[in-house]
Design a protein around this ligand. Sequence first.
Ligand SMILES: Cc1cc2nc3c(=O)[nH]c(=O)nc-3n(C[C@H](O)[C@H](O)[C@H](O)COP(=O)(O)OP(=O)(O)OC[C@H]3O[C@@H](n4cnc5c(N)ncnc54)[C@H](O)[C@@H]3O)c2cc1C
Length: 353
Amino acid sequence: MSTAIVVGAGIGGVTAAVALQRCGWQVTVLERAPELGEVGAGISVWPSAVAVLEELGVKGVEKASVPSKPAGMRKPDGRWVVGAADLGLELPVMIHRTQLHELITAEFGPAVIVRTGYEVRTVSQDADGVTVNGELQAELLVAADGIRSAVRGGLYPQYDGPRYSGFTAYRGIAEVELDDGGGETWGRGQLFGFARLIDGRFYWYGTANQAAGTTSEPTVFESWHDPIPRLIAGSEKILQNDIYDLTLPLVPFTQGRVVLVGDAAHAMTPNLGRGACSAIEDAGALARHLGATSDLPAALTAYDAERRPATTKLVKRSRSLGRVAQVENPVITTLRDGLFSIGGKLVALRGRK
Ligand SMILES: Cc1cc2nc3c(=O)[nH]c(=O)nc-3n(C[C@H](O)[C@H](O)[C@H](O)COP(=O)(O)OP(=O)(O)OC[C@H]3O[C@@H](n4cnc5c(N)ncnc54)[C@H](O)[C@@H]3O)c2cc1C
C-alpha cells in the first residue's frame, strides 16, 4: 500500500486524507492543534466543491435552499443595488465550518491515522521517500498546513508568502428569527454579508479597512439597515481576523515528493468565498491524478499544471474584488454601485430575451 503524510487537518488536509484513502493510500494526518476540528463561523461551498465532496462520498452537504426573500447587494441604508437573481448567480451551500469538517472526517476509515498535538518542523526527501521531523516516513507528503505553511517555507525560503490585504474581517453566528434572503451590503470601506446556514442559524461577516494587528469591534455596522444590527447583537461570539492572501506569482505546488494543497498553496482573500472550496477541489484533483498513473512525479506535475493556473486566477479575482469592495472614496463608490445596478439590469434583460 502506498503511504502518505498529510500535514494539517484543516478542510484541505482532511479532504486530501479522504481522497487519498479512496484511491488506496495509507494516510497519516499530522495536526499540531491538540484536537481535531475547525473553529470559525460559516462557509460558502460552491457547486464545484459540493461535486467533489459528493464524489468522495461525503454526505450531508446539501444543495442550497432557495431563500424565501430575494438575496443580493444593498446599500447601508437598505436600498437595493442589484438582486442575485438578476445576475443569474448560483447560490452556494452555506454551512458551519465545524459541521463541514465533521462531515468530511466522518469518512475516515482504518486507512487514515490522525495524530494531533504533532507539529511538523522539518521535512527532508530523497528518491525513496519523505521524512518528517527525522522520524516519520512516507512516499508522499501533502502540505495542507495553511497560509503560513512551514513546509512551503522549507521548499521555497525566498518566497515572500502572506501579504496583508489592508482590511480585517469580523464573523459571527446569530440565532435570530429572520425572513431575509441575505446577501452583501457595500459601504465606503466596509462590507457586510449574511446568509442562512443549512442548520437554520445565520452566518454573517463584515470587513473594515485598518492597519494589520489592530483589534476593533464591528460598531460601524450598528447604523446599517435591518437586520444587520440584530445579527451582530444576536451573536454570542465575534471573531476578528486580518485578511492576508499569498504573494503572486504562486510557487510551484510540487517539489519532488511534496505537494501543496489549500491555503499553503494559494491562500486568497475571502471576497469570492472560494478558499476552502479550492482546497477541496485540490484534494479531488490530486487523487484523480494519483489514481491515473503509478508515476508519482508525473501525477504531481499534472496536479500542479491543473491547479496552479486555476487558483492563481482566483487569487487575482478575489484580490481585485476586495479592492473594489473596500473603496472609501464616495465618488468611486457611487459610480461602483451604479455600474453594478446597470450591469444587473442588463444581465436580467439578456436573460429574459
Ligand atoms: C474571514 C474568512 C472567510 C472565509 N470564507 C470562506 C468561504 O465562505 N468559503 C470558502 O471556500 N473559503 C472561505 N475562506 C477561506 C478558507 O477559510 C480557507 O481557504 C481554508 O480554511 C483553508 O483550509 P486549509 O486546510 O488549506 O488551511 P487551514 O484551515 O489554515 O488549516 C491548516 C491546518 O494546519 C495545521 N498546521 C499548521 N502548521 C502545522 C505544522 N507545522 N504541523 C502540523 N500542523 C500544522 C493548523 O493547525 C491547521 O489545522 C474564508 C477565510 C476567511 C479568513
